[in-house]
Unconditional design. Structure first.
Length: 88
């Protein structure tokens, strides 16, 4: 079996030179002068490209969570149906 060549310090550092983190790209809006990330629509009601993305007067609609008892009943019903079909 061939032994791989040892990675020298120079090779290691050259590879790791691409791992550096860059700072956030921020822009200043023309309307209010607020600082925001580029090409991102913020959900706090600030305009993006002349339009407000989120209307603050409307509240988001949340779905009702399914109770665990209802889930258990559904599972029992399904298992009962399967058992009946197996007996036939």
């Amino acid at each position: 079996m061939v032994v791989r060549m040892r990675a020298t310090r120079a090779h290691t550092r050259n590879r790791r030179s691409h791992h550096a983190l860059n700072g956030a790209r921020l822009s200043v809006s023309k309307d209010g002068g607020s600082v925001h990330p580029r090409h991102k629509a913020l959900l706090d009601g600030t305009p993006y490209r002349g339009r407000s993305v989120m209307d603050k007067t409307k509240k988001p609609v949340k779905s009702k969570p399914v109770k665990s008892d209802e889930k258990k009943k559904e599972k029992k019903e399904k298992s009962a149906k399967v058992k009946k079909s197996e007996k036939k």
